[in-house]
Ligand binder design. Structure first.
Ligand code: SF4
Length: 353
């Protein structure tokens, strides 16, 4: 079994140029022109991850039983529309960029197959993430299909040119489906320097302009932001609030559903492993974790059809590939990745609205 896993890993590593065995995704691709010049202001400051950690799906490096998360129901089904993006952010966990198509564009036909299955399972919401979803030529048809079937839709976007090309279509969807359509805009920081340090030059004014346009046209909107190392959550919310007021953006910065401030991720930096004892120690339940209530569809380059990953955060690791349909993907997820610890259990964030 271990040998089989090893062979699968080598194939993935060849295909996607990632090193899944150590959970490290090396930055091997050349930097696009619009990438930020320096290191990310959000970089995680911690020692390197010891190789013995997150090596065995069942046991931690210290020989304790690893925690897992059973699926309760797929309340949110995420579709990764493809990794191509107009930006090349410094610490994009999925390495989206104008040239990375490791996850190819999902087709509307494949999306529809998963909608069929999700409808039978009582899924409430379809989430769309990328890359930048509006880059995918089939995105509007697949979004419309989801809304017409009665799902709620949550679209993660940078609100820049790829989205602005579709203003007319978006206004129509707003008119037809009202608040069932929510757009969550990534505004990494409440300052231009923080945002552009991560997202590259000339990304602030354009992104803010897109957010103003959405707000001015009464879309249901939210913002996804981040905290600089040591930045206080309350203070950051207050400063985002001042920005929204200045810019005329109708978001209550005190509402954690409308301003989502995410913890940082870095699979190369040290973090505690999550054992079965952690739930009691932390006062948390497996049902609080994102993979208890969601899955993500990804279409990897070179694969004939899309597959189902445990969550939005780990699209390539074969340990988190759960099958080619939702029924098959209903099994428990072993928390054998640094993102499980840093982002989900210890960071306490969820990707869903
Ligand atoms: S990263 Fe989070 S949501 Fe994904 S498998 Fe790990 S615990 Fe679950």
């Amino acid at each position: 079994m271990a040998e089989e896993m090893g062979a699968v890993r080598i194939e993935y590593e060849k295909a996607f140029r990632v090193n899944v065995s150590t959970k490290i995704h090396p930055k091997t691709r050349p930097k696009p022109r619009n990438a930020p010049a320096g290191p990310s202001p959000f970089a995680v400051n911690a020692p390197a991850l010891p190789p013995a950690k997150f090596a065995d799906p069942d046991w931690t490096a210290q020989g304790e039983p690893r925690a897992s998360v059973p699926l309760i129901a797929i309340e949110t089904l995420w579709l990764n529309t493809g990794t191509l993006c107009n930006l090349a952010c410094a610490t994009c966990y999925i390495e989206s960029s104008p040239t990375n198509d490791a996850l190819v564009y999902l087709s509307a036909e494949h999306a529809a197959e998963f909608y069929d299955e999700a409808q039978g399972l009582g899924t409430r919401e379809i989430g769309f993430t990328g890359g930048e979803p509006f880059m995918n030529p089939a995105f509007l048809p697949m979004l419309t299909d989801a809304l017409e079937r009665g799902f709620e839709a949550l679209v993660l976007t940078n609100a820049m040119k790829p989205m602005r090309r579709h203003e007319e279509a978006l206004l129509l969807l707003r008119e037809r489906f009202g608040d069932r359509l929510t757009l969550r805009v990534s505004l990494d920081h409440h300052t231009k320097a923080g945002h552009e340090g991560e997202r590259g030059p000339n990304s602030w004014d354009v992104g803010l302009g897109g957010l103003r346009w959405l707000s001015g046209n009464n879309f249901s909107i939210a913002v996804a932001g981040r905290l600089l190392p040591g930045e206080d959550m309350g203070e950051a919310r207050a400063l985002y609030g001042q920005l929204f007021e200045r810019e005329g953006i109708a978001i209550d910065a005190g509402d954690p559903m409308r301003l989502v401030l995410f913890p940082e991720m870095d699979a190369t930096r040290d973090i505690a492993e999550i054992t079965t004892a952690c739930w009691d120690i932390l006062g948390k339940s497996p049902s609080d974790i994102m993979c208890a209530t969601s899955r993500m569809v990804v279409h990897r380059k070179g694969e004939e059809r899309p597959r189902v990953a445990a969550c939005t955060l780990i699209p390539h690791d074969p340990e988190f590939d759960l099958g080619d349909n939702l029924a098959e993907a209903a099994r428990a997820v072993k928390l054998n990745h640094p993102h499980c610890a840093r982002f989900c259990v210890l960071g306490g964030a969820s990707c869903s609205g």
